[in-house]
Design a protein around this ligand. Sequence first.
Ligand SMILES: *[C@@H]1O[C@H](CO)[C@@H](O)[C@H](O)[C@H]1NC(C)=O
Ligand SMILES: *[C@@H]1O[C@H](CO)[C@@H](O)[C@H](O)[C@H]1NC(C)=O
Ligand SMILES: *[C@@H]1O[C@H](CO)[C@@H](O)[C@H](O)[C@H]1NC(C)=O
Ligand SMILES: *[C@@H]1O[C@H](CO)[C@@H](O)[C@H](O)[C@H]1NC(C)=O
Length: 320
Amino acid sequence: MARGPGLAPPPLLALLVLAAVSGYAVAQYNCTCPTNKMTVCSQDGPGGRCQCRALGSGVVVDCSKLTSKCLLLKARMSIPKSGRRLVRPNEHAILDNDGLYDPECDHEGRFKARQCNQTSVCWCVNSVGVRRTDKGDQSLRCDEVVRTHHILIDMRHRATDRAFNHSDLDTELRRLFRERYQLHPRFLTAVHYEEPTIQIELWQNASQKVPGDVDIADAAYYFERDIKGESLFAGPGGLDMQVRGEPLHVEQTLIYYLDEKPPQFSMKRLTAGLIAVIVVVVVALVAGLVVLVITNRRKSGKYKKVEIKELGELRNEPSL
Ligand SMILES: *[C@@H]1O[C@H](CO)[C@@H](O)[C@H](O)[C@H]1NC(C)=O
Ligand SMILES: *[C@@H]1O[C@H](CO)[C@@H](O)[C@H](O)[C@H]1NC(C)=O
Ligand SMILES: *[C@@H]1O[C@H](CO)[C@@H](O)[C@H](O)[C@H]1NC(C)=O
Ligand SMILES: *[C@@H]1O[C@H](CO)[C@@H](O)[C@H](O)[C@H]1NC(C)=O
């Protein structure tokens, strides 16, 4: 068969058509979830729209918002161990133990008050999914999800020539939480700075939260994963913090969670003076681990570490 003049040879033509078609598809239906890469998306939503389901649970997520921490943890646990190791290859992988367990989420994607693992060991959690009671068997009752209403993020930044300007740093971190994590500015109550320590305080009482507000638990979790270099957002490029063009590298982070009610651990030293359990997620450069710290909240508002317990236990216990 004679080809018409000027026509590209078939293979090239096919390539061009393919490129045009797929280019069109990408432009028209880039079906991904910008706020949660741990999803599977397809065009099977209402009216052929893009719909994304969280890995692990299959729950349809709203990709214009942050996904709840419970669904994110569940998705993370659904990825085979080898896959998780791919994400974070290092010899300390065994320390990667930041409160990981396969959680049960309610219809809103929130943590259920009682969590159990496959061996019927159960415990009660707070709204960030952190254990706040002793472990029991399946007869253990958890009446409610106790709200974590105060989160303190304590970070150290890498040495710089000069200290950051506090007001610029404050502005930058508030912008980050507002824009990247969609947190209403009134819930970021303070940014403290004393080189090289930066503290961010998030406060959100149940009564202050209106439907549609991002929960501080979710904002803090997205931030934690960003800091660890495991961004949950789809697309290239993780968190790139800068203060007036000066890069801000975080080297170590502790995240303290304070609940509305005191925790219920039957520890010898848990006395009347102790009103809060603080669970600290140590975000080292390569690995995270959970440290349980019982604290005594003084009038000064300072947090005093009274006891660091269970570190050894938690280190080799993937269930928290
Ligand atoms: C498609 O891409 C555009 C621009 O890249 C982005 O704004 C939009 O959120 C994307 N849509 C989905 C469903 O990912
Ligand atoms: C369940 O928890 C118990 C006690 O913490 C632990 O020994 C066991 O390994 C856990 N099982 C699973 C499957 O996580
Ligand atoms: C920090 O920056 C602000 C403007 O962003 C400026 O007004 C202030 O004087 C600076 N503070 C110091 C100590 O340089
Ligand atoms: C939130 O609750 C705490 C403790 O109950 C209280 O001290 C604080 O004033 C409350 N904040 C607001 C804005 O209601």
